[in-house]
Design a protein around this ligand. Structure first.
Ligand code: UD1
Ligand code: UDP
Length: 371
């Protein structure tokens, strides 16, 4: 029986690994062990609860305002011990966080096979997204199975001379998770903590906002918040709903610059089902998130991405995602265009699904089964 370890630490890793863990657990020829670094705490626990996943090992590593180096050191030390105790045949990691890079490094030291889910995303810019671009480049160097979501991500890996026999185009498991969530949301629309159901009963338009990228800390967030404030003043009949990421470097400027206006609704990060519910109710999404860029196009929602570049260009090419950077006036003008020009809005609101068909997990299970 193959022993599989799923090791992850943050909200998006949990969302994207949950469908895969559940699929592997259905099989009798694998022993599945779930180890969380808990690089995130509350935001990770919210996801585990929704998917009813009980970690076998919880390293509980998050510290308030943690630095990259201190977190990396804590993950390396704890995972070293975990891998010595559990001795898996294959370690699964997902994406590009500190947890992913540090776990991959330790698994490599121990010559344990590494399966990288969502491999091959690249901007080719060392500092954007920071530190994620380098986390994924380094993880690709040591991984044995590269599960690329799209043909483009496969091409990126080939450019780095990754052996093509180890690259598998599977689609992104984020769409598997989204389909599970959407079905539940459609069957029973969840309450959205912090938002009265009345908000969705009238014809008011809603803009959903998320943001947390390190490269936007400081000036970027100041400019983003000014744009949201100016939009809220100009469009008093539009709601700006913002579940604010728990990182203190995000909380501080957002609360300072955006509190106190009736049509700006600042709420706690939402659990996954309410968040998908809120996405379905949104008219426009303004974000710097990776996962949201992948989910929103399948829901037919126009997405304005507050970044200078993206490792997910497929939906930009399809026309439902547009990069607007962090300049106050550029964000303002692009949101205003979508609020005032129906043709521009309709052009961006087609449902497209370049990131997957909901069967990525099934493909990955099949590949590991035959390996
Ligand atoms: C991390 C990942 C980023 C990913 C993002 C998803 C790294 C370097 N960054 O960024 O790639 O896109 O998660 O959201 O791996 N905090 C809490 N509770 C939580 C989560 C965070 O209080 O549940 C606060 C803590 O003060 C923590 C801080 O946020 O120290 C930063 O968390 P961290 O995981 O280091 O960075 P993120 O910005 O969340
Ligand atoms: N998400 C959530 N609650 C929120 C905001 C986002 O469940 O309040 C989900 C979202 O649907 C997506 C994922 O979290 O699947 C994205 O996480 P995040 O933006 O933190 O990280 P990134 O994808 O940028 O790494």
């Amino acid at each position: 029986m193959k022993r599989l370890s799923f090791i992850f630490g943050t909200r998006p890793e949990a969302i994207k690994l949950a469908p895969l863990i559940l699929k592997f657990k259905e099989k009798t020829n694998f022993e599945v062990n779930v180890c969380i670094t808990a690089q995130h705490r509350e935001m990770l626990d919210q996801v585990l609860e929704i998917f009813e996943i009980q970690p076998d090992v919880d390293l509980n590593l998050m510290q308030p305002n943690q630095t990259l180096s201190s977190l990396t050191a804590r993950v390396i030390n704890s995972i070293d011990e975990y891998l010595d105790n559990y001795k898996p045949d294959i370690v699964f990691v997902q994406g590009d966080t500190t947890t992913v890079f540090a776990v991959s490094l330790v698994a490599f030291y121990k010559k344990i096979k590494i399966a990288h889910v969502e491999a091959g995303l690249r901007t080719w810019n060392k500092y954007s997204p920071f530190p994620e671009e380098i986390n994924r480049v380094l993880t690709s160097k040591v991984a044995d199975f590269h599960f690329a979501p799209t043909e483009l991500s496969k091409e990126n890996l080939l450019k780095e001379n990754i052996d093509k026999k180890n690259i598998y185009v599977t689609g992104n498991t984020v769409i598997d998770a989204l389909f599970i969530a959407r079905e539940k949301v459609e069957r029973n629309f969840p309450a959205i903590p912090g938002i009265s159901p009345e908000v969705f009963k009238n014809s008011t338009r809603n803009i959903l906002i998320t943001g947390h990228r390190r490269e936007n800390f400081g000036k970027g967030f100041e400019q983003i918040c000014k744009a949201i404030h100016n939009l809220a003043v100009e469009f008093e009949d539009v709601n700006f709903i913002y579940p604010v990421h728990l990182n203190p470097k995000v909380q501080e400027p957002v609360k300072r610059l955006l509190s106190g206006r009736k049509n700006i609704i600042l709420i706690q990060p939402l659990s996954y089902l309410p968040f998908i519910g809120l996405m379905t109710k949104a008219d426009i999404i303004l974000t710097d998130s990776g996962g949201v860029q992948e989910e929103a196009p399948s829901l037919g929602k126009p997405v304005l991405v507050m970044r200078e570049n993206t490792e997910r260009p497929e939906a930009v090419t399809a026309g439902t995602v547009k990069l607007v950077g962090t300049d106050t006036q550029t964000i303002f003008d692009n949101v205003k265009l979508l609020l005032t020009d129906n043709a521009a809005y309709d052009k961006m609101s087609n449902a497209v699904n370049p990131y997957g068909d909901g069967y990525a997990s099934e493909r990955i299970v099949g590949i590991i089964n035959e390996s």
